[in-house]
Design a protein around this ligand. Sequence first.
Ligand code: FMN
Length: 355
Amino acid sequence: MVQAPLQPNRASGQRGLHLPGNGTPRTLHIRVLQSPLAGVSDRIFRALVRRWAPEALLFTEMVNATSLELGHATHKVAELAHEVGPIGVQLFDQRPTAMADAARRAEAAGAYLIDINMGCPVRKIARKGGGSGLINNPELAARIVETVAAAVQIPVTVKTRLGWCDGSEAISWCRRLEAAGAQLLTLHGRTREQGFKGRADWGAIAAVKRALAIPVIANGDINTPADALACFEATGADGVMVGRGTMGAPWLVGQIAAVLAGQPVVATPGAAERLALAAEQLQALVMARGDHGLLIARKHMGWLCTGFAGAPQLRHDLMRAPTPAEALALLAGAAEGLVQGITAGQPRRISSSEK
Ligand SMILES: Cc1cc2nc3c(=O)[nH]c(=O)nc-3n(C[C@H](O)[C@H](O)[C@H](O)COP(=O)(O)O)c2cc1C
C-alpha cells in the first residue's frame, strides 16, 4: 500500500448521487465509473475491476436492442446474474420499441440502471441512426429516452458526446435529453467527428454541467488518479468515467476511488502480478468462450504485459501462440524468468524500447 501524494478535492466527502428512477431509486456511492467498452468490458474484465473497486458502477459492453429481440447476444444480459456489484446495461438502437423491450429484459435480469448509447461513432451504427447518429435526430433521441424511461422502474441515463461536428449545440442537446427523462448524463468531451482524436474538452463539459440539474459525469482522457482530480476541478462534474485507461489496468477505477475517498491507494501491480492477471484472464476467457477466448485474451495480455524487461518479445510471442496452453506456458516462462532475474540479483532497468 502506498499513500497517494494527491489531495482529494471537492468530490470527496460528498454524499452518494441519488437517482430517483421511476419507482426504483438508485444511489451511486462511488464517483468514478468504469466506461462501457465494446469487446473489452465483458463480465470477466468487470470481475477484475471489482477486485479493486467492489462498489463502483460498471457497465456492460453496448448491447444492440434489435439483436436482443432476434435472440442474439442474449448472454450479455443473462450473465448479469453473476454480477456482484452495481451494473449499468448499455443499450443502443434507433427503434424506441426495441429499446423499451430490451430495457425491460435488462431490468428483469438485474440491471442497476439502463444507459442509452448516443455517442458511438462507428459509421455502420451511426448511419442507421443509432449511437452518435441520434445527435443528428434530437426528436428521435428524446422519444427513445421517454419510451425507455416509461418502460422500466430503474433510472435511465444517457452517454453522449458534445455534438456531431462541433460542440456549439452541446448545451441544448443535453438539455433536451434531460427534459426527456434522462436522470444522469455522461459526456465524452469530444464530437463525433473527432472520434478519439485531439484532447477531450473538459471546458465544454463544465458548461453543460452548469446548465443541467441532473448529475453530469465527465469522460475523456482520464488515465490516472491525478487526471481524475484535475477533471473534477476543471468541470465541476458530479463524477468521472474512465475508459481506455483501464485497458490493461483493471485497478485504475479502484485507485481513483481510493484517492477520492482520501484513502491509501493500492500500488500499481508490478510484473509478477500482471503476468498472473494475464494468465487468470486467459483461463477465465477460455473457460467461458472456448477457443475464441484465446482471441479475446490476446489484447488483454498485450495490454497487461508491459513495463518489464522482455515484455515486447513476450507480447510478440503471445500474439502468435496458437493454443491457450502455449500462451499459458509463455506467461509461466516469463514469470519464472522474473524470479531468476531477481534471485540472481540482477533485475535490469528497462529502456523505453522495452516497454
Ligand atoms: C475499445 C473501445 C470500446 C468502446 N465501447 C464503447 C461502448 O460500448 N459504449 C460506449 O458508450 N462507449 C464506448 N467506448 C467509448 C468509451 O466508453 C469512452 O467514452 C471513450 O473511450 C473516452 O473515454 P477515455 O478517454 O477514458 O477512453 C469505447 C471506446 C473504446 C476505445
